[in-house]
Structure formats: C-alpha cells, structure tokens
Write a protein that binds this ligand. Sequence first.
Ligand code: FAD
Length: 305
Amino acid sequence: PFDVLVVGGGPAGASAAIYAARKGIRTGIVAERFGGQVMDTLSIENFVSVKHTEGPKFAASLEEHVKEYDIELMNLQRAKRLEKKELFELELENGAVVKGKTVILSTGARWRNIGVPGEEEFKNKGVAYCPHCDGPLFAGKDVAVIGGGNSGVEAAIDLAGITNHVTVLEYNAELKADSVLQDRLKSLPNVTVLTNARTQEITGTDKVNGLSYIDLQTGEEKHVELSGVFVQIGLVPNTDWLGDFVERTAHGEIVIDQRGATNMPGVFAAGDCTNIPYKQIIISMGSGATASLSAFDHLIRSDIP
Ligand code: FAD
C-alpha cells in the first residue's frame, strides 16, 4: 500500500505528493487528468515569482517536478469510491483497487458553464471565469458578469475598479448577493445591473465583441457590446463520488480544518475541492503542502502496519 495516496493531480495534488515523497514514504497519485484546471488556462500571471506562464507549460513543469521523485503517477484514472477497511481502499473506474494508509483528496472543482452559443468558442478569447486571474486583461475595457449571486457581485465590484464598465446580468428579478455587496455595487458609477436578463449568446469574431440577452419582462432580445464576459454562476467541487464518506458542505466542498484534516481520521484534503476560501493555484499548492505534512504527522503517530 501507499503511505500517502493522493487523489487528484492538479496543483494541490502535485504539491501534496512532492511534500510526501520528500519524507521518503511511498506516495501515489491517481488523477483523471494530471494538471487539472491549469490545463485549461491560457495565461497565468499571479503565481508569485513567475511573472508570466501558460497553463500547459505550468502543468508540464508540475509533472517534471513530480517525476523528480519516486512517486507513482496513475494518470487518466478516475476514482469512483473510497472505503475504510483495514486500510483505505480507493476503487477506480476501471475496477482496480489502490490502497493507502492515508489519503489526500485533491479532486478540484469546475466552473459551471452557462451553456450558450459562443461560450465554448470564446473561452480564453474573452470568456473568463476568474476575476482574480483574468481581470487585468480587460483593463479599461467593457465587460459583463453573468450571475448576480455573491461571486458575481464580488466579481463585478472587483472588475469595476479595473475595467471601464461592467454590466451584471441576473436571470432572476433580483440579485441574490448579500445586501452589503449589493449596496456597494449600487454605489459604483460604472456598473449597470440588468435583472430578468437571460443570456442568449456570447458574440464575436476571433474574440468576444458582445453579448445578446432576452429581457424577460418584455421578451425583447437586446445586445451589448463588450470585450469580456465573466461567467460567475458557481464553482462545483468534484466530490460527488465521495458520497458521505467525509463531511461536505451544502455546496459539496470537503470540510477541512486548519491542518487539512477531514472528519475521517487519516483522510486529508486540499485545494479547490475543499471549503478553504479563494480558489487559486498558489493557495491550492499551499493547502496541498499542509495536508501532506499533516498526513505524515498522522502516520508517525499511528501504528498502521
Ligand atoms: P484542479 O486543478 O481542479 O485539479 C483536480 C485534479 O483532480 C485533476 O487532476 C482532475 O483530473 C482530478 N480529478 C477530479 N475528479 C477525479 C476523480 N474522481 N478521480 C481522479 N481524479 C480526479 N488560478 C490562478 O491562481 N491563476 C490563474 O491565472 C488561474 N486561471 C484560471 C483559468 C481557468 C480557465 C480556470 C478554470 C482556473 C483558473 N485558475 C487560476 C484556478 C486554478 O486553476 C485552480 O484554483 C487550481 O487549479 C486548483 O487546483 P486543485 O489541484 O485544487 O484542483
């Protein structure tokens, strides 16, 4: 069995595995797609100490670093069930069972898509999901934020400080964000809020040039000219496969403490699949290191054979 079995091969999982392997203990990673969300990222400018890089390049150096160590990488393998017997047993989609004395869950998350024409086509060409990551690319330009919940309104407030103008589109009759955020939003001169607005299409040629929506009160189709669209309708953690094996929040995020421990002794978690605030590469790597050091700490205190 592995001393530390990491499930998920994004920044959190890679970091957890490297920290574990550096203790000289048997370490394995099971990953559906090594690299994780970073593989879908065009440009990364906020990984501190690296001024600019690209997602696939970043993922390649993650893999290179992992391969420096004696880490068994089981890539293109999807985990489907975790059980506690004498050891932890992870069942893969292909039927194989991988055992671990401790487990680190780092299966990440995915942005919920709006699913309208143009979204897929213009991803990284004006369609964005992360204001902390991509906001500065739209400095001085006009953008839209789809979604009037907390993340949408936070994004709009953030973007209003960087861009020329922000249009917020909410499908319902009212924004759902906390009222303190709504008040803040309303105080900003360069923000327009459209409620009862159903996004129909993100338009463009080689990159985004606008957005069409239906005004649900009049049924009329309208178009706004824009350079960027931030889709903010939720980040979904990849944790459904865990069922109730570990405690999760109402949104499905794995609940961890300061040390990355879940409610199941010996099971730790890190990165975007957990309830840590702010989902970023640098943060998920830090939490991977924390979970790994905690798993090591657990191992040296327990009498697992
Ligand atoms: P993930 O990267 O989501 O990795 C999860 C891993 O788990 C993957 O290997 C996945 O295949 C695997 N997995 C999932 N389910 C299973 C399963 N059942 N069995 C086995 N493996 C499984 N952050 C920044 O800091 N800067 C940026 O510029 C930036 N830009 C972004 C742009 C885009 C388009 C996106 C989508 C995200 C961006 N982010 C950025 C966010 C950043 O990518 C994430 O915060 C980070 O990747 C989270 O790392 P993670 O390891 O927790 O999860």
